[in-house]
Design a protein around this ligand. Structure first.
Ligand SMILES: [Zn+2]
Length: 500
C-alpha cells in the first residue's frame, strides 16, 4: 500500500474538495466511496476490494496513486498511521466555527437534528481531533501531513505543491495550473449565481460571524477546544469587519496610515507597513447609507487616522436625484468629523453614454462620436462640485466597464487630460504605480458585495488579527478599499476563495 493517500478531517471541513483536487492529478485516481475505519481487518478488506475494482477499470494503475477520503478516520489516525506505514495521511483542518456553521446551514438530511446544535457539533469535532493528538503523542511515523482548509482557500497552488511534495508525487507548475482550473471553476460558477444563497455560501471563510446567533457566539467564546484551536492554528473569535481590521492595524504598532497628502508626496515610512484607507461612495440612496458613511468617519476619528472618501458625480444614478445638497452636506460633515480625512472624486463619466435601455453596457460604443460628450460631462462634474466649494486633489475611477472595454473611466486617455487640467491626480494611473515602485510589497484589501478580497499573500492570519501585520515585511503597501454606502460599515465580511 505504498501508493495510498488517505484524507481525513472534519465533516464539512474540505475533505471532498481536497480529494477532488488530488484526483485531478494525472497520477492519482480516487476510490469514490468513503472507507471508514471500524476495525483493522474489515478496513483492510474493504480497501483491497475497492482497489481491485478500480484496477479493472484502470490499466495503468501500477504507477498511479490512489486517494480516499473519510473524515471520520481522523478519530483513529494513530492506529491507521501505525498500520499503514507506507501510506500517506493528509489531515485537513478548518476553523471549527465555520465547520459548525456549515452543519447548521446545510439542508442535507444526515446533518439534521443534533447536528444543528453547537455543543454537539463542537464536541464531535473535538473527538475527531483527539485522533490527531494521539498520533502526535506517539509520533512513531512521519506519514501524516496536516494542513488548513484556509490555506488551500487563500493559497491554492503553494499549498497543493507542498502536499504533492509530501506524497512524493512529481508535478509541474502546468499541472497545478490545470488542477486549479478544474476545481476552482465551481467557485467561479457560484460567483455568477450570486442570487443563490447556497452558491454564495459555498466554502467561504468567516461565515460564522454572519450566520451564528448570540448564544452560539457566546459558546465559541467560552469553549476550551476553540480557544486551543485559535492558538494553535491561527484562528480568532473576532469578527472580520472594518472596525476590527482597523483596530488590529492600529494595535500592531507597525502600521502607518497614509493621508491624501502623503499619497501625493509619496511620503511612505519605509520601516513600517503603509496603509491607504479609501472609501468609494458608490451608493447614497437612503438614510442608512448616510449614517454608515458618517459612522465610518467618526470611527476613524477615534483613532486619529486618515482616509479618503471618493464621491461619484452629484447626478450619478446611484445617488438619489433630489439630494445634491444632502450629498455636499455629507462631504462637509466628513471633513468636520475627522480633520485627517479627505474627499476625492470617484470619476464616472463614461457609463452614462455607454448604457443600453436595460442598464447594460453596450457592446461597441462609437468612441469617436462619444468622446466630446464624455469629456464635456467630465468637466461638468468637476465644475458642479466646485460650485458647491468642493475641490478635489485626487481621483479614482469607478469600475472599468465590461472586460475593460473602452471608453472606461480608468483607461480612456482623454479623461486624464481633463483631470490634469483641473490639477486632479489620478490614483489608479499615477499615484498607485509610483507608490508601488517605492514599496517592497503591495497588496490590496477590497470589499465587494460583503466579501473581503485579500490580495496575493502568504499569511496564516486574517487582517483583523494584529499577528497578520507582524508577519508582513517592512515597507509593505496596503490599499484598503471599502464601500460604506453599499452596506453598514461595520458589517462582518466573508472571505472568498482566491481564484487565479
Ligand atoms: Zn465605484
Amino acid at each position: 500500500m505504498d501508493h495510498l493517500i488517505l484524507i481525513s478531517g472534519f465533516p464539512r471541513g474540505g475533505t471532498s474538495f481536497l480529494r477532488d483536487c488530488l484526483a485531478s492529478h494525472s497520477k492519482i485516481t480516487q476510490i469514490p466511496v468513503e472507507i471508514v475505519y471500524k476495525d483493522l481487518d474489515s478496513f483492510t478488506i474493504k480497501l483491497k476490494e475497492n482497489i481491485s475494482i478500480i484496477s479493472k477499470e484502470n490499466k495503468n494503475l501500477t504507477d498511479k496513486f490512489i486517494v480516499n477520503k473519510a473524515p471520520a478516520n481522523l478519530r483513529n489516525l494513530d492506529i491507521l498511521s501505525e498500520n499503514f506505514k507506507d501510506a500517506k495521511f493528509l489531515v485537513i483542518l478548518r476553523d471549527p466555527k465555520d465547520v459548525f456553521t456549515s452543519h447548521k446551514e446545510t439542508i442535507r438530511p444526515w446533518l439534521a437534528g443534533k447536528n444543528k446544535d453547537v455543543k454537539f457539533v463542537i464536541n464531535k469535532l473535538e473527538k475527531y481531533y483527539e485522533g490527531l493528538l494521539k498520533y502526535s503523542q506517539k509520533e512513531i511515523n512521519k506519514n501524516v501531513y496536516v494542513l488548513r482548509y484556509e490555506d488551500l482557500h487563500q493559497n491554492f497552488s503553494q499549498t497543493l505543491k507542498k502536499i504533492f511534495e509530501f506524497c512524493g508525487i512529481k508535478t509541474s507548475d502546468d499541472e497545478i495550473q490545470l488542477i486549479n482550473k478544474e476545481n476552482l471553476m465551481n467557485f467561479k460558477l457560484n460567483e455568477q449565481y450570486a442570487t443563490s444563497e447556497d452558491g454564495k455560501r459555498k466554502g467561504v471563510i468567516g461565515e460564522w460571524a454572519i450566520k451564528c446567533n448570540q448564544d452560539e457566539k457566546k459558546y465559541f467564546e467560552e469553549n476550551k477546544f476553540i480557544k486551543y484551536f485559535n492558538n494553535n492554528y491561527c484562528y480568532s473569535n473576532l469578527e472580520l469587519n472594518y472596525p476590527n481590521i482597523i483596530e488590529a492595524m492600529y494595535n500592531s504598532n507597525k502600521v502607518n496610515f497614509l493621508s491624501e497628502n502623503d499619497l501625493i508626496n509619496y511620503n511612505l515610512d519605509k520601516k513600517k507597513i503603509n496603509v491607504s484607507l479609501q472609501h468609494d461612495i458608490d451608493f447614497l440612496n437612503n438614510d442608512e447609507c448616510y449614517k454608515s458613511v458618517i459612522g465610518c468617519s467618526e470611527f476613524e476619528n477615534k483613532y486619529d487616522i486618515s482616509a479618503i472618501y471618493n464621491f461619484l458625480p452629484l447626478d450619478d444614478r446611484r445617488y438619489s436625484p433630489s439630494s445634491k445638497k444632502k450629498i455636499t452636506d455629507l462631504i462637509f460633515q466628513i471633513k468636520q468629523s475627522n480633520k485627517n480625512s479627505s474627499v476625492g472624486l470617484h470619476m464616472n463619466c463614461c457609463e452614462k453614454f455607454c448604457l443600453s435601455e436595460n442598464g447594460k453596457l453596450i457592446d461597441n460604443p462609437d468612441i469617436l462620436n462619444l468622446e466630446p460628450k464624455i469629456l464635456d460631462y467630465a468637466q461638468k462634474i468637476i465644475d458642479e462640485y466646485e460650485g458647491h466649494k468642493i475641490n478635489f486633489l485626487t481621483s479614482t475611477a469607478h469600475g472599468f466597464g465590461y472586460k475593460k472595454k473602452l471608453p472606461n473611466n480608468r483607461d480612456f486617455k482623454p479623461i486624464s487630460k481633463i483631470l490634469e487640467k483641473n490639477k486632479i491626480i489620478s490614483f489608479d494611473n499615477i499615484l498607485r504605480p509610483n507608490l508601488i515602485k517605492n514599496s517592497k510589497i503591495y497588496f490590496s484589501l477590497t470589499d465587494t458585495g460583503g466579501f473581503l478580497k485579500i490580495g496575493k499573500l502568504e499569511n496564516k492570519f486574517l487582517p483583523n488579527d494584529p499577528r497578520f501585520y507582524e508577519c508582513l515585511k517592512e515597507n509593505t503597501l496596503i490599499r484598503f478599499l471599502t464601500h460604506p454606502g453599499n452596506y453598514f460599515y461595520d458589517k462582518p465580511y466573508r472571505v472568498k476563495m482566491q481564484i487565479r
